[in-house]
Design a binder for this molecule. Structure first.
Ligand SMILES: Cc1cc2nc3c(=O)[nH]c(=O)nc-3n(C[C@H](O)[C@H](O)[C@H](O)COP(=O)(O)OP(=O)(O)OC[C@H]3O[C@@H](n4cnc5c(N)ncnc54)[C@H](O)[C@@H]3O)c2cc1C
Length: 387
């Protein structure tokens, strides 16, 4: 059964929202940064450190390691405000959203002590090392090999689309530790490793994105040694661990706010004059959709807080949210008088060009919409009810 229970923010959650808004007005005044398209944002380690010092990172992680043990809804409130501003969240994004939580869940005591304080402080950055040239949606076909060697493992293979691998500190890399030929199910025999991105044998080569930026990379792992103390969780349990990591990637405001700043800039362009009807229509329709998606996404966070595992609901939020993000870009393009012009360096033009070029990726990154629909359909089957 799919459950989206309607709720609104409580007075204390509204107080947190006001506090975050005041904080961002202070540390990120308009004009002091380039607003981004959602989490496709610049790395700004200094800003990440300020968020960490304010207690806005590692919010759900254990206090004993520097986290704050706050609710998923509190984290939702902070995330929504950061993305609405197009804040430069690139440095800490993956570490805060998923690497910290998986290390807290599966890591050894030593790993928790080593990594979580730096993640909660906004200092450590992480990458997602899942996709490979021949393995994206079907992660069980991952071919990067992990071979036992003395007191550690040697990794050989190639990862791709690894965001910020050329700039970040660590990656959680999914590997095949037992050959498929020795297994009855290819989801077995997989393991996760915490890999230092400066390791000998590791080369991260940026791949230019269509809008001229270079955020993601191809990563070659040529006999990269990973000591036993950096095995994440249990050898052979990589599939289950990775599935739980994917759950952190979906269902949050990052999956429906990617084009929000574009719409906000469109409104700003017209703030001195009566709003033309065609633009009011775009804004009105988008606002209604934002409210629906905000409510669905909030219900996912509430479900997590009450011990639920809303994998199906998260998949649906991502499927609907990313399609809506793309619809916003199409609608804005339809109401602008002139085609985007590379020579125009205004914030609106910069965001419109980038959104127009990159919006196809919204429904691909973090799991394609076809795959998410399949997850939802399986969850709706009677046997899928046991979540
Ligand atoms: C901007 C961006 C950033 C990314 N960052 C990272 C990152 O940091 N780390 C990382 O590991 N990966 C990252 N990725 C990779 C992303 O997760 C994959 O692109 C995605 O999972 C799809 O895999 P693929 O590209 O191999 O496509 P494929 O899996 O080859 O899919 C191709 C097409 O076939 C469809 N398809 C595949 N299987 C099925 C099925 N069973 N049923 C129906 N249709 C199916 C897909 O929906 C898609 O339309 C990023 C991608 C983008 C666009």
């Amino acid at each position: 059964m799919i459950e989206f229970e309607y709720s609104e923010l409580t007075p204390s959650e509204r107080a947190l929202q006001a506090e975050v808004r005041e904080f961002l007005d202070r540390v990120l005044p308009p004009g002091s940064y380039h607003p981004a398209l959602g989490f496709q944002a610049e790395k700004d380690p200094e800003f990440s450190r300020k968020l960490g010092a304010q207690g806005y990172l590692g919010m759900s992680l254990p206090k004993q390691y520097g986290g704050h043990e706050r609710s998923a809804v509190d984290r939702f409130v902070v995330t929504e405000e950061l993305l609405r501003r197009g804040a430069p969240v690139g440095h800490h994004w993956v570490a805060d959203r998923q690497s910290g939580p998986v290390i807290a869940k599966f890591g050894t005591e030593a790993q928790k002590q080593r990594f979580i304080p730096g993640i909660a402080a906004g200092e450590l950055s992480f990458c997602i090392g899942m996709s490979e040239p021949d393995s994206g949606s079907d992660l069980a076909s991952v071919a990067t090999k992990a071979t036992r060697d003395g007191d550690g493992w040697v990794l050989e293979g190639r990862k791709i689309w690894t965001t910020f691998a050329h700039l970040n500190d660590w990656a959680i890399v999914l590997c095949r530790s037992t050959p498929v030929a020795e297994l009855t199910d290819k989801r077995q025999g997989m393991s996760q490793f915490i890999v230092d991105l400066t390791s000998p044998g590791l080369t991260a080569t940026p791949i230019p994105f269509i809008d001229g930026t270079s955020d993601f990379c191809e990563v070659e792992l040529d006999h990269v040694f990973v000591p036993d103390e950096l095995v994440l969780g249990s050898i052979g349990q990589g599939w289950a661990q990775n599935t739980s990591e994917l759950a952190y990637e979906r269902g949050g405001p990052d999956r429906w706010l990617s084009s929000y700043t574009l719409l906000a800039e469109l409104l700003r362009l017209h703030e001195q004059q009566p709003l033309p009807d065609r633009i009011a229509d775009v804004l009105g329709e988008a606002l209604a959709n934002y409210w629906v998606l905000h409510s669905l996404s909030l219900s996912v966070a509430r479900s997590i807080d009450s011990g639920g595992a809303p994998a199906v609901e998260s998949s649906l939020v991502k499927e609907m949210g990313t399609r809506f993000e793309q619809d916003v870009v199409t609608a804005v393009n339809a109401v602008v008088d002139e085609a985007p012009n590379m020579a125009d360096t205004s914030t609106f033009s910069r965001l419109l060009i980038s959104a127009t070029l990159t919006n196809p990726s919204f429904t691909i990154r973090g799991g394609t919409n076809e795959v998410l629909r399949s997850v939802a359909a399986k969850g709706l089957q009677p046997s899928g009810g046991k979540r």
